[in-house]
Design a protein around this ligand. Structure first.
Ligand SMILES: NC(=O)c1ccc[n+]([C@@H]2O[C@H](COP(=O)([O-])OP(=O)(O)OC[C@H]3O[C@@H](n4cnc5c(N)ncnc54)[C@H](O)[C@@H]3O)[C@@H](O)[C@H]2O)c1
Length: 449
């Protein structure tokens, strides 16, 4: 039975009574729905399902089928995470009809022109709107630019529900800060920023999230502030890594090792720990474009943020050119060189290969080197073929002229120089992109960013 919510009059506007929604969820008189069950949506749905009755909705029937069999399609959670949870997975939009509190966690990627692609967000919001009832709450977790929730999502909710924002239903924004592949900083241990469309909704949304986040919640004063906070986290990382990438190009020309410079500089108390690297994935390499687009729309040219993006996006090409130069220095024509590339996922210890700069680096190497073998213990060969157009090798070969350690998977971190020498020529180039073998290589020609 769908509970009714009592409305009270407050200075001319109708508002929903405080704490009704939390109590209804806690007593399981109302259901909570999570829309979009990927890296973000599934863990949050399962956490909520410890306490509330949850509907897990996703448009991908194949993924829903896996979750019904207690398998995480993103490969992050084990079957144990699904046990003793009050959750019903569905790809039928009618499953949303029962819910009173909606959490939206669908992808917010960029298109080929680096412009925000809000199609999934619009689609998911329309599905929610069609199930929306008086008294309901909708909280968006997808990363967006400041203002997106009010400018894009709220009008869709009003249009397809026929209900009035902040009178009939309330909205919130709570950015997700989950870190795929990180088994320590799990969802419950990361302080959650919450915000609401008015003071009352902020309190209610905060209370719902407090139930699952042991680290606590931070109540942001507005949805725009919460949206901006998330995008700033990733933009800050992007710009700082871009600085390190630029420094690594300068230091390469000067003939000094960037990591040695950073180690020395890092002895000052206020030096920030950032390192050069390949910035891929769906967060750090994507979110700044959302901010760039918004900045331009409000009449500001974000030169620093745009420059950071440009430096980081150019890294695969620069890394390939550095390898070619090192091969030549070793007396090997890159066009005749046999190269091994280790790792193709967008970062270490994850299976996700989308938006991977390592994938782009492999393509660059293939364009300039004779033979390039790519291996990865976690990546799915079919996904790699579909995304980057090349075949993963099942195992490493031997007699390589160069070995590129592009992703620092745990398996690669434990390798030593003897392991590398067993697969390469004695004077081969070893390009340690992340600098994880620094100080341990004596025989091979060592190179890092
Ligand atoms: N992955 C991360 O590390 C991370 C971290 C913080 C924030 N975010 C943000 O969270 C959001 C979700 O990212 P993700 O990595 O979980 O995405 P994802 O690609 O892993 O999963 C998204 C899921 O949403 C489903 N979906 C797409 N359109 C839908 C629709 N219209 N209705 C219902 N389901 C739909 C897909 O089938 C998929 O299962 C993005 O905005 C992302 O920027 C991601």
């Amino acid at each position: 039975m769908i509970p009714t919510f009592t409305n009270t009059k407050t200075s001319g506007t109708t508002t929903l009574q405080t704490l009704d929604i939390y109590n209804a969820l806690a007593k399981k008189e109302a259901k909570l729905a999570v829309v979009g069950l990927g890296y973000v949506g599934l863990p949050i749905a399962l956490e909520f399902a410890r306490h509330f009755s949850v509907v897990g909705f996703d448009i991908n029937a194949q993924r829903v089928g896996m979750m019904q069999r207690q398998e995480d399609p993103s490969g992050e959670l084990e079957a144990g995470h699904f046990t003793d949870k009050d959750i019903h997975f569905s790809f039928q939009p009618t499953a949303l009809d029962e819910a009173r509190f909606f959490v939206v966690a669908v992808p917010t990627p960029i298109d080929q022109f680096n412009q925000p692609n809000l199609n999934a967000l619009r689609g998911a919001t329309t599905s929610v709107a069609k199930a929306l009832k008086k008294g309901d709450y909708v909280v968006f977790e997808s990363t967006v630019y400041p203002g997106c929730t009010e400018e894009v999502c709220v009008p869709i909710l009003e249009k397809h529900s026929g209900l009035k924002f902040n009178v009939d239903f309330k909205v919130g924004y709570s950015p997700e800060r989950i870190n795929p592949g990180d088994k320590k900083n799990t969802i419950d241990k990361i302080v959650k920023i919450v915000s609401g469309s008015d003071e009352e909704s902020l309190k209610n949304i905060a209370q719902v999230y407090r139930t699952i986040i042991t680290a606590g919640v931070h109540e942001a004063p507005s949805m725009k502030v919460a949206e901006a906070a998330k995008i700033v986290e990733n933009t800050q990382r992007d710009v700082n890594i871009a600085l390190m990438n630029e420094l690594s190009q300068i230091f390469d020309k000067i003939g000094i090792n960037t990591y040695e410079v950073l180690e020395a500089a890092g002895t000052k108390w206020n030096f920030l720990n950032f390192y050069p690297g390949l910035v891929g994935g769906h967060c750090i390499g994507v979110d700044p474009y959302y901010l760039i687009q918004k900045a331009i729309r409000v009449g500001h040219n974000p030169i620093l943020i745009s420059a950071g993006r440009s430096v980081n996006d150019g890294m695969p090409n620069r890394a390939a050119r550095r390898l070619a130069a090192a091969l030549r220095q070793n007396g090997v024509d890159p066009r005749q060189a046999k190269v091994l590339m280790m790792g193709v996922t967008f970062k270490e210890n994850v299976t996700d290969i989308r938006n991977s700069k390592a994938g782009e680096l492999a393509q660059e190497l293939m364009a300039s080197c004779g033979q390039v073998d790519v291996v990865d213990p976690l990546a799915d060969a079919r996904e790699v073929k579909a995304e980057y157009g090349f075949q993963l090798c099942e195992q490493m070969g031997s007699q390589y002229d160069a070995v590129v350690m592009a992703v620092s998977h745990e398996e690669y971190q434990s390798m030593n120089e003897a392991d590398l020498l067993a697969i390469s020529k004695e004077k081969a180039v070893f390009f340690d992109i992340k600098g994880i073998q620094r100080g341990k290589i004596n025989t091979l020609s060592y190179l890092s960013l």
